[in-house]
Every structure is written in C-alpha cells, then in structure tokens.
Design a protein. Structure first.
Lengths: 353, 274
C-alpha cells in the first residue's frame, strides 16, 4: 500500500497540474472502477443479509409476498433453542451430527493433507506433478457428481463392501447410507453396553445424553469419508505452498548445527508451518459447518435424521416446510457457531506461540 | 528402501483418489445386471453404450449442459470485468474511502455461503429474478476472492508502464484498458479458471433459484434429480448416474489438466491471505 502513496505527486510534477485536481480525478475514477463490484456486493451480499436478519424475526412462508409476513418477535429463535418440541429436537440432532462431522473431518483432512504434502515435497521425487495432480483432482469436481459416485461405491453390492469382504473374514453387506447406528454406540455394543446407563437418561434440548454421545452414524461416516477425500487435495496444496516458502538456509543451518531429521522437523518445519496450519484449520472448520450438497444428494438428512445438519435444516425448513423465518434464524445461529469456533481456534493457536 | 516406501504410499493414495473416477467411467459402459454382479470391476463384462445414448438422446442432459455453459460463460465474463476493475482501483488509484471499502470486501469474504441461502432467495424474489438466467448469473457475477486476487496482482506490478501511458495523455481508463489489463493476463487467466470451476459446479444457487423451472436447470442440479437421497439405492440406474456424473466432471477435468498450474496458483495465493 505504501508504494502507491507517492504516485500522485510524481504525476503532478511531470504533467504540471495542480495536485488537488489529479487527486479529484483519481477519486472519481477510483469510485467509478469499484462501483460495479460495490453494487453487486450490496445487492447480493449485504442487502440479503440485512433482509434475512429482519425475516428471522418474522413469520413468512416464502410463498407469498414478503409484505404478507407477520412479526413474531424472537419466536423463531425460541423454537430452536428454548421451546421443547420437534423443531428444537431436530435442531439439536443437526448440531450433534455436525459436531461429530467437524471433529472427524477436520483432523483427518488436515493430517492427511500435511503428510501428503511432506511426501510430495521430498527432494528428488520423480512424478511429483502427477501425484500432486492426482491428489488435487477430486477437489475441483462437482460435489453432486462425486456424491453420486460415492453413493455407488457405498451401495450394498458396491466396491466398499467388496473390498471389505475380501479383507475381513465373512461377507460384509453393510447398507452404509441407510445405517443410523452411531459409531460410539456400536463400540459400546461390542463391550456389552446396549442401552443408556441410568446416568445418561437425562435430556438436553430434547435429545437424551445417550443420543448426544452416539457418535456419527454409519451413514454420516460415509459422507465424512467423501468429504475428506474431496478436500484433502486443496489443503495439501496449501501446505505445499507453505513448505516451499520456508527458506532453504534455515534448514541448512539446522543441518550444519547437527540437527537430526526429527529435530529439524519439529524445531524448524513445524513452527514455520504454523500460519498455514492455522489457515487450513480455519477454512476446514468454516467448510465443515456448512456441509450441504453431499447430504442433499446422498441421504437427504436420513436415516433417522442422523445426517441432518444445520445447513440442510436451513434448506428443509425454508424451502420444503415453508418456514422461511425459522430457516433464516438457523442460518444466523450457524454463522455465530462458525465465528465462535474460529475464535476459539485463534485463541488456542495464539497461546501456543 | 525408504524411497520404495515413499512411492508405495504415493501410489496407494493416487489409486485411492483416482479409482472412483475410473470405476464410474467403467460403470457407465456396463449393463445394469453387469453392475449388480461386478460392481467393483474396472472394465465392463458386457459392453454397452445404452447409458450414454440415454444421457445424450433421451434426457434433458443436453439442455442442462447448454444452461451450465451459458451461465458459466456469462458469470465468468462479468467476474473478470468487475473484479479486475475493482482490484485495480483498490490497488493503484488514490481515493478517499478506499480503506473502508476494501475492509468491506474482506468482510464479505468471511460470510459463509449457507448464510446467504435464504437471503439471496428473498432478494431475487423481490427483484422477480426467480426462475430466470439472470437469477443464476447475477449473484455469481462478482466475488470478493477474485477482487482480492486481482488487487494482490496489481500491487506487485511495476507501475512505470501505466505512468508512461498517462504522461502520453491516456485517461485512467485507457491506461487501464490498453496497458494494465494486457499485462495482467496471468492473473486474469487464474481468475477465469477459478471462476469457471466455481460457477460450473455451483449447486446451492440453482437449487434455490430455478428449482421450479426445469428449462433453467444446470448440470449439477439436473444431475441431482436423478437419484436424490436414495439410501439403499438398489433401484438406481447406476450406469446413467455415472455417465451423468462424468459428463458434469469432464469439462472441468479438461480445463484442470490443461491449466493445472493456474489452479495451483489460485490456491497458493488464497493461502497467502491468511
């Protein structure tokens, strides 16, 4: 930015004109140049958000003109957070599902992307471009197309069951996308615990503690595999860019000082990668809290609402159940959740520095 | 030995990332009984082009492809024009209010798309743009990532050439149009490619805008109507679903293979902003 500041005086001198007139023309041109972008951003980003904030306090079906909507105070928010009922129960389920989704996908894609970046970045690696392309390719494809490919892979007679049947004893015929059992419940079942112990019989937001602790369902886990498969490549590229921005001298200096490979990794590479790691985690959290396309195409929220997510709920309430006000309220709650999560991350990573 | 392990790991993951595409290509040439019997086989046991003829001759796929192309081209052209103008103004021109405007652009960048679902529907409904091409194009005609990308590029560009043009009497717009833009070709190409990929794959917007108007459906949305949320899915026509999915993927795949390094540059520069 500072480089631009000295431009007008130089021009003023060379063209022999008054400084203020040049500045005036720059101001006019500046505003003219950004005006198309500003109009579009105002019309399709800023105005919509303000309008939706207003609608989130109203009762509106989305079918009639918006002027027909009626005010209903904070009822939309109360239905979601305070008043016992199906609405709050579904919202609680969507929060539970998405929480497990975030806790599963974000670490998986981050660790995998970092490891792949380290391997691809190795010196003297042949075929680097091919591997980089192969890993990144799923990231650029249509979410709906790959969701359908995964519906096929996870179908009862599909590849996943075929491969697992070959690797494991016995025939595996899991109906992945129609299995609502939670992973934690399944593991507890192996240990002989099939029902909620007395301590977990209470409820929070119309969902029993036992159900809060179900873990992601088998169906949701399948979507999590797809999400990890799709996004890992993008984050690998970011880690690669980060790795390549570490000055070679730093690594060489450490080597000359006699640092082992392990020491160089933990003392040089990892600390230098902190900004990239922060970026990847932030983008990961923002992305995973909005999972929608895959749910829409693969499970439509089922089985037994175990793949319901807040983003999907926004669509379902607004466009299928004609409760636009409630849908807008959910969207704002999701927004706040994302802000809180990224805020916590920022705090944690800053403290470690 | 260590190198062997490294290549083994890389190959394993390459298979993991690419095999689903190979398999869907094979499946699109299988008969339905063949799919049921040999779902994992990477080649058809009974070769059939039935799925592809269905897709091209007996479905709305050609219409959806046309719509996707139209929307993608229009939105991308608009983005190139609007984003580069704004980026140039924010990077190079001196004007009061530039700082706050740029801060606003960055703030818009932070708003998650899902938050925009209902609001965009509201605004488009009020503008009577539902069920129209304009409704599909206009909301995608500007993106703050693109503005950001162009601003970064213009800041790094040497400014002697445009100054020379100004001294020779060119107006600000002339200097921008004839001198600056041609020099910005690499950044414009990156922007074009990212925009092509983003708009082509866009699903949420067609879902809320043209759901009720089949003549406006784009490829991803049309594709989604083939077998939505079909958990068990024995009844699905997998060869057609896979052919349709591939049809949706292939144009982006071609662009990706040709312009790979621009994709990489796009991701890398979006990484810098953190």
């Amino acid at each position: 930015m500072t480089t631009v500041v000295d431009a007008p005086p130089a021009q003023a001198k060379s063209r022999g004109r008054g400084k203020s007139r040049i500045a005036g023309r720059q101001t006019l041109a500046g505003w003219l140049f950004v005006s198309p972008a500003l109009v579009a951003l105002l019309a399709f980003f800023v105005a919509p958000i303000l309008l939706a904030l207003w609608v989130s306090f109203r009762n509106w079906s989305g079918l009639t003109p918006i002027s027909d909507s009626t005010s209903n105070g904070a009822h939309n928010y109360q239905d979601l957070l305070a008043r016992s009922g199906v609405v709050r129960g579904d919202f609680a389920k969507s929060l539970r599902n998405n929480l497990y989704y975030v806790l599963g996908v974000v670490p998986a894609q981050t660790i995998l992307a970092f490891l792949l970046a380290l391997v691809v970045n190795a010196k003297l690696l042949k075929g680097r471009t091919f591997f980089r392309t192969a890993f990144y390719f799923p990231s650029v494809t249509s979410s709906i197309a790959v969701a359908f490919i995964f519906v096929f892979l996870f179908s009862p007679a599909g590849v996943v069951n075929t491969v697992l049947s070959a690797l494991l004893p016995g025939k595996v015929d899991t109906v992945w996308l129609d299995d609502s059992d939670g992973l934690i419940h399944i593991v507890l079942g192996w240990l002989g615990l099939h029902h909620a112990p007395g301590a977990l019989s209470g409820e929070f937001l119309d969902l029993s503690w036992w159900d809060w602790l179900s873990g992601p369902s088998v169906a949701l886990s399948s979507i999590m595999v797809l999400a990890t498969w799709t996004t890992t490549g993008t984050f690998m590229l970011m880690f690669l860019a980060g790795l390549q921005s570490i000055p070679v001298e730093l690594d060489e200096a450490a080597m000359i000082d006699g640092a082992t490979n392990r020491q160089r990794f933990f003392r040089v590479t990892l600390p230098m990668m902190k900004p990239t790691l922060f970026l990847v985690l932030t983008l990961g959290v923002i992305g995973t809290w909005q999972v929608f396309d895959q749910v829409y195409a693969m499970t439509a929220g089922g089985p037994q609402k175990t793949t319901l997510t807040p983003a999907y709920l926004v669509y379902r309430e607004g466009f299928e159940n004609t409760a636009m006000g409630r849908a807008a309220a959910i969207a704002f709650i999701v927004f706040v959740i994302i802000l809180i999560f990224t805020g916590i991350q920022r705090l944690v990573l800053r403290k470690e520095r | 030995m260590r190198r062997a392990i490294r290549y083994a790991v890389l190959t394993l993951f390459a298979v993991f990332f690419l095999y689903p595409f190979v398999l869907s290509a094979a499946t699109s040439f299988k008969t339905r009984p063949d799919v049921a019997a040999h779902a994992a086989s990477p080649w058809p046991h009974e070769f059939s082009v039935r799925a592809w003829t269905d897709v091209f001759l007996h479905s709305d796929f050609p219409l959806w492809t046309f719509n996707s192309l139209l929307v993608t081209v229009l939105a991308t052209l608009a983005r190139i024009f609007i984003d580069s103008l704004a980026g140039y103004s924010l990077a190079r021109l001196q004007w009061r209010g530039r700082g706050p405007i740029f801060a606003a652009v960055v703030a818009v960048l932070a708003v998650p798309p899902i938050v925009l679902t209902v609001p965009r529907f509201l605004v488009l409904k009020e503008m009577s743009l539902l069920d129209s091409y304009a409704g599909l194009v206009l909301p995608l005609a500007v993106d703050s990532v693109g503005i950001f990308l162009m601003k970064q590029f213009f800041e790094q560009m040497p400014k002697e050439l445009e100054e020379a043009a100004r001294i020779d009497g060119a107006s600000i717009f002339q200097a921008y149009w004839h001198v600056v833009l041609p020099l910005a070709r690499p950044a414009l190409l990156t922007l074009t490619i990212l925009s092509f990929q983003g708009v082509w794959n866009e699903f949420l917007l067609p879902l809320i805008v043209v759901r009720a108007s089949p003549s406006h459906w784009t490829l991803p949305f049309g594709l989604s109507t083939l077998g939505r949320g079909g958990a068990g899915g024995q009844s699905f026509d997998y060869p057609v679903m896979m052919a349709g999915s591939l049809l949706t993927i292939i144009p982006v795949a071609i662009v990706f293979i040709i312009f790979q390094r621009f994709f990489v540059r796009g991701v890398a520069s979006s990484g810098v902003k953190g």
